[in-house]
Design a binder for this molecule. Structure first.
Ligand SMILES: *Cc1c(COP(=O)(O)O)cnc(C)c1O
Length: 228
């Protein structure tokens, strides 16, 4: 089998598993959007999945994404690019210019920088607030008890907040974290829930995920240093 077939096989397998999980949960076909996480993989690896019809992708580093996506977008103008990793405020300009959805709004300084850049560029990517559901020291995101106030402050800045994102602690049952994210979204009138990765996206779909971010199950394993 040639290498370019493997990620397409991975893509088709994940799409089938998503459809099955939607069905098991009694959710409509197509309720869940697959964000194919292509971080660390080059354009030649990504392209076959575009040829196979995948259009929504996630990257966690602005600079890496800038190196490969403009050329791919020239060929596939309808693709949708999500930033899923922490953003530095000195990269807000590039992020606003390149991404369609910013899933990692995780602190006041970044919300402010994004709002200023969007006004300056007249370009308004949709935003998700990242919630640190496990209150992990090393992990980005807003503490659950500060979520409501932070979402309100982002809205006051003019950001288009459409939903929430979380990354549960690796060594815990993710289900309570997904349920918590859903509850915070519900009480804030938000409909988009980005939750679930290669290891737990079926669980996330059962708990209401509208977007799952899947990398390894499509593209295979990544070199260690960049894995998250
Ligand atoms: C890398 C990454 C993913 C994908 O993880 P896999 O386990 O490879 O599916 C999802 N979300 C975020 C925020 C990531 O950084």
């Amino acid at each position: 089998m040639n290498a370019s077939c493997e990620q397409v096989n991975g893509l088709l397998a994940v799409k089938a598993a998503i459809a099955a999980a939607e069905d098991d949960a009694g959710r409509p076909v197509g309720a869940v959007t697959l964000v194919a996480v292509s971080k660390t993989h080059d354009a030649d690896t990504i392209r076959p999945t575009l040829d196979a019809g995948q259009r929504v992708f996630g990257e966690n580093r602005v600079q890496e994404a800038e190196g490969k996506w403009p050329a791919l977008r020239a060929d596939f103008p309808d693709l949708e690019l999500h930033l899923i990793g922490p953003l530095q405020s000195n990269k807000a300009r590039e992020a606003v210019a390149l991404f369609d959805v910013i899933e990692s709004v995780d602190r006041p300084k970044i919300a402010q920088a994004l709002a200023e850049e969007m006004t300056r560029q007249g370009r308004h990517p949709a935003c998700l607030v990242q919630i640190n559901t496990g209150l992990e020291e090393q992990k980005a995101g807003i503490a659950p008890q500060q979520a409501d106030a932070f979402i309100a402050s982002c809205r006051a800045l003019g950001l288009s907040i459409i939903g929430l994102m979380c990354i549960p602690p690796v060594d815990e049952n993710p289900a309570p974290h997904f349920a918590l994210l859903r509850e915070i979204a519900r009480r804030n009138g938000l409909t988009v829930l980005s939750m679930g990765m290669s290891g737990d996206y079926q669980t996330a779909i059962a708990l209401g995920a509208t977007h799952v971010r899947v990398g390894t199950a499509i593209f295979g394993s990544r070199p260690k240093p960049l894995a998250e």
